[in-house]
Design a protein around this ligand. Structure first.
Ligand code: AVI
Length: 323
């Protein structure tokens, strides 16, 4: 047992919404799968591998920004605070943040992938014995349940790195930011990473790596869906496709069918034509000004904006102004 670690699992009693998965797959405009389904144990591991790839600049660049600006973090952020990380993934960034802060009191880690969450939370609890660690297995749509176990009066710092915000539509991103405010409370802080719009070639390469790890990550979502709803997708019948949609300012990931297929979704059938795709992810790319506008509209004030030499990635320091 680790003294300074508590574990909460909201996934156990979560009723997995199979009908939503099926109606998304049958959507007549565009077949799709919600990108939250990427992150089973294998998917989280593949994402971790992506973050180490030379073509995938966001993780590396964000870590570099945090490392280079650690004194700014210490100066601008309160001591004895509770740090709440939304969608934790690997420990690299949080370790840097905890090291940069003055006497962090508590670290609350929220992630959808149970095994990953626990391994990582244990590592943090051991490495930072003075920090109380709470590991919460939940997805970011469960903010209300999460709020029930977070309610105390400590000063809070939200941490949402990796440009995960980019995986939400602008409307949903705004809703999410408003949801974070309810957990964080007035005068709290939010540190949020966002991938900035840049040369299309650089962005497209990041999602079409030469080792094919992103392709594996994309196809793995079909295995996750097979397990969840008992469908019979064969990943070999699909091709990975990722490109920058200029109009919508986002990288889109799709799985393109290699042939005409009739796929069993347990009690339903899914017809998919050769060349037709299942849309699996959006990754919106913002300008710093666009992102600032979005956070202001959600009730935050910008304290600072940090970036790297090439302006590839942005880290915003925000303060909750209205609640
Ligand atoms: C988690 N998220 C911010 C990643 C992204 O870049 O949108 C997920 C990812 N998809 C493909 N590569 C990485």
């Amino acid at each position: 047992m680790i003294e300074n670690l508590d574990i909460y699992n909201f996934k156990e009693d979560e009723h997995e919404d199979d009908s939503e998965i099926i109606s998304d797959l049958k959507n007549s405009d565009q077949k799709r799968i919600n990108s939250k389904h990427f992150y089973d144990k294998k998917g989280s591991k593949l994402f971790d591998m992506i973050s180490e790839l030379k073509e995938y600049y966001p993780t590396r660049t964000e870590i570099e920004i945090i490392e280079n600006q650690k004194y700014s973090f210490r100066k601008k952020l309160p001591s004895n605070a509770s740090i709440i990380e939304f969608g934790s993934g690997s420990n690299k960034k949080i370790k840097k943040l905890l090291n940069a802060l003055n006497n962090p009191k508590e670290y609350i880690s929220i992630d959808i992938s149970y095994d990953f969450l626990i391994v990582n939370a244990k590592e943090i609890a051991k490495k930072f014995p003075k920090v109380n660690v709470k590991a919460i297995c939940a997805d970011l749509y469960q903010l209300e349940s999460i709020n029930k176990i977070i309610n105390d009066n400590s000063q809070k710092i939200g941490f949402f790195p990796g440009s995960t915000i980019g995986n939400f539509s602008q409307n949903d991103a705004k809703k999410l930011l408003i949801g974070f405010k309810k957990i964080l409370g007035k005068n709290s802080f939010l540190i949020i990473g966002v991938d900035l719009r840049k040369d299309k070639k650089v962005m497209e390469k990041a999602y079409n790596d030469s080792k094919g790890i992103t392709a594996k990550f994309n196809k793995n979502i079909l295995k996750v869906i097979n397990k969840k709803i008992g469908s019979k997708f064969n990943i070999n019948n699909f091709e990975h496709k990722a490109y920058f949609n200029e109009k919508k300012k986002r990288i889109e990931m799709h799985l393109v069918s290699r042939e005409n297929q009739n796929i069993s979704l347990k009690d339903h059938d899914l017809k998919i034509r050769k060349g037709e795709s299942i849309h699996t992810e959006n990754s919106h790319k913002y300008s710093a000004a666009e992102f600032e506008k979005l956070v202001i509209s959600a009730g935050y004030k910008k304290i600072d904006f940090l970036t790297d030499k090439k302006n590839y990635f942005g880290v915003f320091f925000l303060k909750v102004v209205d609640n």
